[in-house]
Design a protein around this ligand. Sequence first.
Ligand SMILES: Cc1ncc(C[n+]2csc(CCOP(=O)(O)OP(=O)(O)O)c2C)c(N)n1
Length: 608
Amino acid sequence: MGNEPFEEILMGNEAIVRAMVETGTKVVTSYPGSPTPEIATAINSIPEEKRPFYFEFSVNEKVASEVAFGAAVNGNLSCVFFKSVGLNVALDTVVQFSLMNIIGGLVIVVGDDPGANSSQNEQDNRNIYHMARLTVFEPASPKEAYIYYKHAAEFAKKEQTAAVLRLTTHVCHAREKIGFGALNPPPLFRNDFNRDNGPYIALTSMALEMKAGAIQKLKQAKLFARTKGLNTILSSDKNQDLGIITSGLTYLSVLDVLETTQTCPDILKLGMINPLDEEILIDFLSSHKQVLILEELDNILELQIKSLAFDNGINTSIIGKVDDDDFIGEYTPDKTLKKLAATWPDLVSTPANDEDALFDVPARPAQMCPGCGHRSAFFAIKKALSASDITVADIGCHTLGFMPPYNMGEILMCMGASTGMASGLSLENSKRVVAFLGDSTFFHAGLPGIINAVFNRHDVTLIVMENGTTAMTGHQDNAGECISIEALLKGLGIEQVVTCDTYSQERLTDLVRQSLAHKGLSVVIASHPCMLKFTRAQRKKTGYIQKHISIDQETCTRTHACVEQFGCPSFIRNKDGRVDINLDLCIGDGSCRPSCPEQAVGFDREEK
Ligand SMILES: Cc1ncc(C[n+]2csc(CCOP(=O)(O)OP(=O)(O)O)c2C)c(N)n1
């Protein structure tokens, strides 16, 4: 990263890191989650000694927000970033931010995920910013993500507050050529915390006084948006009757669709979506006969704009969401085209049959990687369970245990919820209840459920799926690197805590049986390093030779236990029943070998 201005094609997530450096951001914190983890990858690509700010992965989004806040009230411009549902975890803290005098300024980058591409829901966090009285900047492209981060930082510093940079999946992941600014020498770390900069204790009447301050800062936000020209009108001058109000990526979808039309409605693009600038909206509404509001997910803009029109006696016809489908999924150009065609058939023609546009691509379900320790764990644990046992999943790579052939994990909620749900299910229940939990999730939100089970003596067997990393989101570090989960659980007074490598499948089956027989909370730590991370590291070493598994075709009786019970994607079952190994996938770990009753699965000749 040079000091001079330059141009480069970068992802939105990467461009934000340059903006952090250019604005003199001093402290950055996060808990990983799509669509934002590449922000951390870009940060980590700067060697620590050259990085002009402090960065940490905190144990969860709430703690990450608190660390960034602490640094910001000490006078340092700070940033916290996480995914959509991360805001749920952080909310108890984040909802207080607008009440505080954050002297250094704080930027909260949240990646929403319309389409639930990599999330357990597609919640629209714009609902929350209104309640939390937070100013929200919404870029439409990677270039704008870079520019709007700088706006958010400037505003947060100026008003001594927190501001949100709202991203969505494709703004994070798209790539665009961006012109970057010059770097000034990084500011020094500040230690300016002083209670007189507060009040910082929001209790009783102070909370109300502080709320009045939050309302004032939102008014300043509207002025800031005007000075920066964040809410802009794109006018073709040909069609003054029709207008569109939109924001974020949907704006680009609208441009895409309207590229082919003869006339183009005027477009009001909102770059600041909370608070809304009533003045520009009233002007726009009053000067058009019909206005279509195009927004992904909920009808947040629509409800506010309709109420604004009502209060101001504006008769413009305002069209928002019409059917349930309008609330679901991404506003891709296809979907936007359909919506525009349904609203203004004379302007945009109805798209040809959908089927024509689809490629016939076979579905490719998510699955665990070859050699994944979780697969060995599920294979072994299944042998210890009976059909009546209830299995409760948690979020992580191990969630995939719900799929065939393992079929373990019949209910899933959110990170860390498995032990609590299992406790509830175990009450007055003759069925045994087994919960699963990943190691990163253990520290993130898993511990309170475990402590609750100890405290209230719930009869649950918990299996901690320990792989030494936060695998699902791209191998980020977690607290398990320096804190022993086994020691921690023993310290909580849990009597039955055992650890087993998941490749020792017979032993793991035995330990799960023993733990199920134990009354109260019992824990099995099913441990094996993430093999994707491990093999990647191995391949970087010189002289590394890839091992493979081979099948002795003379011994193989074609029972297919390897395919049907172990289910590693490296096995290929041919039409004639013969099983082969896909050498591009197989990592030669051998964890599949115990699955063959005939012992026909061995290592390839080279390794014997
Ligand atoms: C509140 C929240 N934050 C972040 C995520 C993204 N996420 C999904 S699973 C996961 C953690 C996975 O790590 P771990 O528990 O160790 O299981 P593994 O994938 O390694 O098996 C994360 C961070 C999420 N779903 N919810």
